[in-house]
Design a protein around this ligand. Structure first.
Ligand code: HEC
Ligand code: HEC
Ligand code: HEC
Ligand code: HEC
Length: 501
C-alpha cells in the first residue's frame, strides 16, 4: 500500500514538474500549488458532494492539462495540424465542452428540483453524463467537473500516460499496453460508438428515464453515424477509420448494432431491477415509460394531431398498447435489410429479436408479474445476443455496403406496415438513406471521390425529405406527419449508382 502511495506521489510530481518551463504555471495544479502537497491542499480537497473524498488519481482528467498552447490548444487559423488545436475545437465548437454549464441553467435546476435531487450541478444523476464524474471514478475536483465532457471522457484518464504519449516510445506501445495505462483506444468504429453509448443511450449506472424526461430532459434517440457527423471533428482523418472507403456505411451499421445491444441491455437492467423489487416487495418501477412510443400516450389535441394523421386513425394498430421503442425497432429492421446482416444457424436476426420483444412487452404492457418479467428478460438477452453477433459479422467484412434501393425499402414496409407508421421509423429511414446515399452524412468523409458519389439531385431530394420530417413551428410533436406521404416522397429520391446493389 505504501509503495502504491509513493508511486502515486511520484506520478503527480512528474505531472506537476512537467509544465513547459520551470517558471510556467502548472496546468494541473491549482494556482500557487507546488507539487503533490498543492494537489492535496487546495481546491481538490473540498468535497464535491457530501460524504465523498476527492480522488487524487483524477488529476489527469482536467482538460487544462491537455489544452496548453504548445500541446492541443494551439490556434486554428493558418494551422493544418489538427492535433495541435484539438482543444481549441472542443472549447469553441463542441457541445461537450458546455455539458456541465447547462446544469447551471434554470431548466436544469428546475429538473433537479422536480426530481428532488438538490442542485443539478452537484447531483450524481446529472453529473454522470454531463461531466467526467461517473461511478467508475472517485469524486472529482470542481475545476475538473467544470470541464463537462472533457478529453478524459473519451480518451481516458491521462494521469499515467500524459507525460509519455508524445514520446517516440508511445508509438511502439500496443493498444493493450496503452490501455493498461488508462488510455482508451478509439481507433475503430466499434470502440468509438461504445464510448458514446453510456451517455447517449444509457446503461446500468446512468440513464434518462421517463422521470427525467417528464421533468424536462430531452429524450435520447441516438444514431451514431448522424451524431458523428454533427460533432465537430478534432483530429486528422487520414490514417483513421475516416479514410476507409466504407466509413459512413460502417459507422451506420456498426453504430446501430452496438446501440441495439445497449438498448437491449438497458431493458434487461430495468426488468432485473423490477424483478428484484417485486421479490423484495418493494415499490417497483415497471413498465418504464421511456421504453415506449412517446406519442402513444402524449397526443396533441386538434385536427393536426400526430395520431389523427395516421392511416387508420391511430399510431398503433392495437389501440391502448404503446409500441416498444419505435426508434430502435425500425433501426433493427433496417439493419437486417440495408446491411443484409446474416445470422448463424440457431440464432435470430436482429430485427426478428426486436419484434420478439414487442410481442412480449406490448400486450398487457402495464401488467407486472414475475413470469412476464422473466419473458422480457429472456427476449432482451436474445436481442443483445443477436446484436453482438451482427457486430461480429459486420466487423469481419472488408467493406460494408448499404443497400437502400427503393425495392428493398418498399418490401420492408409492406412486410409490417404498422411498424412504419411512426415518425421515428421515417427518421431512421432517412438517416440510413443519408448514410448510404451521399447525403449530408458523408460530409465527414475524407476522400473526395466519395464526397462526389451523390449527385446534387440526390442531396437536394434528401434535404427536402429531411425538411418534411421537421416538427411544425412551435409544436413539440410531429403534428401533421403522414407515413403515406413520407413513403411517396422517399421513392422520389433519385438514388446514385453507388447505392444500387
Ligand atoms: C444517460 C446520460 C444522461 C443523464 C443521466 C443526464 N443527461 Fe442530460 N443530456 C444527455 C445527453 C446525451 C444530452 C444531449 C441529447 C441530444 O441532443 O441528443 C443531454 C441534454 C441535456 C440538456 C439539454 C442541453 C442542450 O444544450 O439543449 C439538459 C438541460 C440536460 N441534459 C440536463 C440534465 C440534467 C439536469 C440531468 C440530471 C437530472 C441530466 N441531464 C442527466 C445525457 C444525460
Ligand atoms: C466525445 C468524445 C471525445 C472527446 C470529448 C475528445 N475526444 Fe479526442 N478524439 C475522439 C475520437 C473518437 C478520436 C478519433 C480517434 C481515432 O480514430 O483513433 C479523437 C482523436 C483525438 C486526437 C488525435 C489522436 C490521434 O491518434 O491522431 C487528439 C490529439 C485528440 N483527440 C485530442 C483531444 C483533446 C485534447 C480533447 C479535449 C480537449 C479531446 N480529444 C476530447 C473523441 C473525443
Ligand atoms: C460522458 C458523456 C458523453 C459521452 C461519452 C459522449 N457524449 Fe455526446 N453529449 C453528451 C451530453 C451531456 C451532451 C449535451 C451537451 C449540451 O448540449 O450541453 C452531448 C451532446 C452531443 C452532441 C450534440 C447533440 C445535439 O443535439 O446537438 C453530439 C453530436 C454528440 N454529443 C456526439 C457524441 C459522440 C459521437 C460521442 C462518442 C464519440 C459522444 N457524443 C460521447 C454526453 C456525452
Ligand atoms: C404509457 C404512457 C406514456 C408514455 C409511453 C410516455 N409518457 Fe410521458 N407522461 C405520461 C404521463 C402519465 C405523464 C404525467 C405524469 C408524469 O409526469 O410522469 C407524462 C409526463 C410527461 C411529460 C411532462 C409533461 C408535463 O406537462 O409536465 C413529458 C415532457 C413527457 N411525459 C414526455 C414523454 C416522452 C418524450 C416520452 C417518450 C420517450 C414519453 N413521455 C412516454 C405517460 C407516458
Amino acid at each position: 500500500m505504501e509503495a502504491f502511495a509513493a508511486a502515486l506521489v511520484a506520478l503527480v510530481t512528474i505531472a506537476c514538474s512537467a509544465a513547459e518551463s520551470p517558471s510556467a504555471p502548472c496546468a494541473i495544479c491549482p494556482p500557487g500549488a507546488v507539487g503533490p502537497a498543492g494537489h492535496a491542499a487546495e481546491g481538490i480537497s473540498a468535497g464535491i458532494y457530501p460524504g465523498m473524498q476527492p480522488d487524487p488519481l483524477a488529476n489527469g482528467l482536467g482538460v487544462s492539462s491537455c489544452g496548453t498552447v504548445s500541446c492541443h490548444g494551439g490556434p486554428k487559423a493558418g494551422n493544418h495540424d489538427v492535433q495541435s488545436f484539438a482543444f481549441t475545437i472542443w472549447m469553441n465548437d463542441d457541445p461537450h465542452s458546455r455539458a456541465y454549464e447547462v446544469l447551471h441553467e434554470p431548466r436544469s435546476q428546475r429538473m433537479a428540483r422536480l426530481l428532488g435531487l438538490g442542485e443539478a450541478h452537484r447531483a450524481r444523476e446529472c453529473l454522470a453524463c454531463h461531466s467526467m464524474q461517473n461511478e467508475s471514478r472517485g469524486p472529482l475536483p470542481p475545476e475538473v467537473l467544470a470541464d463537462g465532457v472533457g478529453c478524459g471522457s473519451c480518451h481516458g484518464d491521462s494521469t499515467q500516460w500524459q507525460q509519455i504519449h508524445y514520446l517516440p516510445d508511445w508509438k511502439r506501445l500496443s493498444i493493450a499496453e496503452r490501455e493498461a495505462l488508462g488510455y482508451r483506444d478509439l481507433g475503430s468504429v466499434t470502440t468509438r460508438v461504445n464510448n458514446c453509448i453510456p451517455c447517449h443511450v444509457g446503461d446500468a449506472s446512468q440513464e434518462v428515464n421517463h422521470d427525467l424526461i417528464a421533468a424536462g430532459h430531452p429524450r435520447l434517440s441516438f444514431e451514431f453515424a448522424a451524431y458523428q457527423r454533427l460533432w465537430p471533428r478534432h483530429w486528422t482523418p487520414s490514417g483513421k477509420v475516416e479514410s476507409q472507403p466504407d466509413f459512413t456505411a460502417r459507422s451506420w451499421a456498426l453504430g446501430q448494432a452496438a446501440t441495439l445491444e445497449a438498448v437491449a441491455k438497458l431493458l434487461e437492467v430495468r426488468a432485473e431491477r423490477a424483478t428484484a423489487d417485486l421479490a423484495a416487495e418493494r415499490p417497483h418501477r415497471w413498465p418504464e415509460f421511456a421504453e415506449f412510443d412517446c406519442y402513444a400516450c402524449h397526443k396533441a389535441l386538434g385536427p393536426r394531431s400526430y395520431t389523427a394523421a395516421h392511416a387508420g386513425g391511430f399510431q398503433n394498430p392495437f389501440p391502448g398498447q404503446p409500441s416498444w421503442q419505435p426508434w430502435y425497432v425500425s433501426a433493427s429492421r433496417l439493419l437486417d435489410v440495408a446491411a443484409a446482416t446474416t445470422t448463424v444457424p440457431g440464432t435470430r436476426a436482429v430485427g426478428a429479436s426486436a419484434v420478439d420483444i414487442r410481442r412480449v412487452l406490448e400486450p398487457d404492457w402495464s401488467v407486472t408479474d414475475k413470469e412476464r418479467l422473466d419473458r422480457v428478460l429472456l427476449e432482451a438477452r436474445g436481442l443483445a445476443r443477436a446484436a453482438r453477433q451482427a457486430t461480429r459479422e459486420l466487423e469481419s467484412r472488408d467493406r460494408i455496403v448499404l443497400d437502400v434501393s427503393h425495392d428493398r425499402l418498399d418490401a420492408l414496409v409492406a412486410d409490417a406496415p404498422p411498424e412504419w407508421r411512426f415518425w421515428d421509423a421515417a427518421v431512421q429511414t432517412l438517416l440510413v438513406m443519408e448514410a448510404a446515399g451521399g447525403g449530408p452524412a458523408r460530409i465527414g468523409v475524407w476522400r473526395s471521390d466519395q464526397r462526389q458519389a451523390a449527385t446534387a439531385d440526390t442531396r437536394q431530394a434528401l434535404e427536402e425529405l429531411r425538411d418534411s420530417l421537421r416538427f411544425p413551428p412551435g409544436a413539440d410533436s410531429p403534428q401533421g406527419f403522414s407515413p403515406v406521404r413520407f413513403n411517396r416522397d422517399r421513392v422520389a429520391v433519385p438514388l446514385p449508382e453507388a447505392v444500387r446493389p
